[in-house]
Ligand binder design. Structure first.
Ligand code: BG6
Length: 361
């Protein structure tokens, strides 16, 4: 039942205040400013023992894993990175005893991710699952994990599972951080920030009319560039992925810092740029990049925490803590892709050539 929405995708985007709240429910401890994650099946000593975190998933799950890796590095100071599960499983990965592996899957049935989990288990790796579907294959094969509790996701393009996965990673990072060196004060800052998310998502959803107009304005471009730095980069990748999947507009995502090493050659009025520009320590660098795009007559849609004369159009979202801002910055890009797809008359919920869950090799 699509709840009166024209498409499941819009329903699922609109549900996010609630789905994020569900991922958080009962998991924030205000006494010690820690996360309660009963399903991890790890004691404090084991939780402290990991020296590296490796995250795997496919498609949007992989991009949410990139946000997760940054959260873990920032909050727990453990080296972490994400890789497509489909690549990981074929390159005979070195499985280390002091590495925590985390597999992400909305469906819990994606074959590439499942095969990677099985390969890890066979080699004795410790694997957690961040999964939406209770009792799914990946949930069963992992040693423990975090359920998203986001409810069924019907539309092929992932939205609410993406934000809930990022929230689950924030909880995991808080947990790993607080058994290490994350201070109670920083733990509290993150707990408070997490609790603000649902209301702030509601605020972002009120921007829908304006985002629809912007999507119409930019949707006739033959292609779009998405850029971001560090925390903004996985957001840019997910924004490009959403646009490709459902509107079939070609979209490329690049780290903003890499533009001048190649793709700047593509910039012209025909290739507008979506720039993800949070108000963090990289703001000035990002605004310089916008100037470089401007100088090549590239049109710019900036998504961030302020307006800027360097951009043609701006979408301003509420600020949270810098570590959590990627979660909020993703949402306008979901709405942008949705309205671009609608403007172009696409089959929004069932895009051509794609399946919700790829259970074959
Ligand atoms: C893809 C879907 O094939 O699988 C994506 O089209 C999804 O939307 C990806 O992100 C991974 O799916 P899952 O269920 O493992 O998260």
């Amino acid at each position: 039942d699509n709840g009166g929405y024209e498409h499941y995708l819009l329903k699922e985007i609109s549900e996010q205040p609630d789905t994020v709240a569900r991922t958080l429910r009962g998991r924030i401890d205000d006494r010690f400013h820690i996360a309660h994650l009963g399903g991890l099946n790890m004691d404090a000593r084991e939780t402290r023992s990991f020296r590296r975190v490796k995250i795997i998933g496919c498609g949007s799950a992989y991009y949410s894993g990139q946000i997760g890796a940054q959260l873990i590095e920032e909050l727990a100071r453990i080296p972490a990175d994400a890789e497509p599960a489909s690549e990981f499983r074929y390159r005979s990965p070195v499985v280390e005893p002091d590495t925590l592996y985390v597999a992400i899957s909305q469906s819990g049935e994606t074959y590439d991710t499942l095969a990677a989990v099985q390969e890890l288990k066979r080699k004795g790796g410790r694997v957690l699952g961040i999964v939406n579907t209770v009792g799914s294959a990946i949930a069963r094969e992992t040693d423990g994990g975090i359920y998203l509790h986001a409810g069924p996701e019907v539309s092929v393009a992932s939205t609410k599972a993406f934000t809930s996965t990022a929230v689950a990673f924030a909880l995991l990072a808080l947990h790993l951080g607080r058994v290490r060196d994350l201070s109670p004060a920083d733990g509290r800052r993150i707990c408070d920030g997490l609790r603000r998310l649902p209301e702030q998502i509601k605020e972002i959803l009120t921007l829908e009319d304006r985002i629809r107009e912007l999507a119409k304005k930019y949707a006739d471009a033959p292609g779009m560039m998405f850029v971001g730095r560090v925390r903004g980069y996985p957001v840019a990748r997910e924004g490009a992925q959403k646009l490709k999947e459902i509107s079939y507009v070609h979209a490329e995502a690049y780290p903003a810092s890499e533009l001048k090493h190649g793709p700047l050659a593509l910039i012209s009025p025909e290739l507008p740029t979506v720039a993800v520009v949070p108000d963090d320590e990289l703001l000035d660098k990002n605004l310089t990049t916008l100037g470089e795009i401007r100088a090549r007559h590239g049109r710019i849609l900036m998504v961030g925490h302020r307006t800027s004369e360097a951009a043609d159009d701006c979408i301003v979202v509420p600020r949270n803590e810098v570590e959590l801002d990627p979660i909020l910055l993703t949402i306008p890009l979901q709405l942008f892709a949705y309205h671009a797809a609608v403007a172009l008359g696409r089959d929004v919920d069932r895009p051509r050539n794609l399946a919700k869950s790829v259970t074959v090799e």
